[in-house]
Design a protein around this ligand. Structure first.
Ligand SMILES: [Zn+2]
Length: 103
């Protein structure tokens, strides 16, 4: 099996725990901003699903006991374009009436 390489600039991680860029456009937008990889902003949205971020960019609170990402999780750790400490407020997209109001 070919391992994906993390798309965070300068990371190059390719652990067995990779998290694919989500399909939801609002959540995807927050991921892209935080990943800060200029190349990704030029890629067709449908192809973005093939890109992944490695596990070290997600706080422990974003994962279930088996290491899978929880719904609406956002990357917060080890990001060159984002250096705000992880907390409940920035690890998840916040929804109100099923519409994300912020990342
Ligand atoms: Zn990475």
């Amino acid at each position: 099996m070919k391992l994906k390489i993390c798309c965070v600039p300068g990371c190059g991680g390719n652990t067995s725990k990779m998290h694919y860029i989500p399909k939801n456009p609002q959540i995807q937008q927050v991921w892209l901003e935080r990943i800060g990889n200029k190349k990704l902003s030029q890629i067709d949205v449908n192809l973005l699903r093939g890109y992944a971020v490695c596990d070290k960019h997600f706080d422990a609170m974003c994962k279930n006991p088996s290491g899978k990402l929880l719904r609406y999780s956002l990357p917060t750790n080890n990001l060159p374009a984002y250096n705000i400490p992880s907390d409940r407020g920035n690890c998840f997209a916040i929804y109100r009436n099923k519409v994300p109001i912020r990342g």
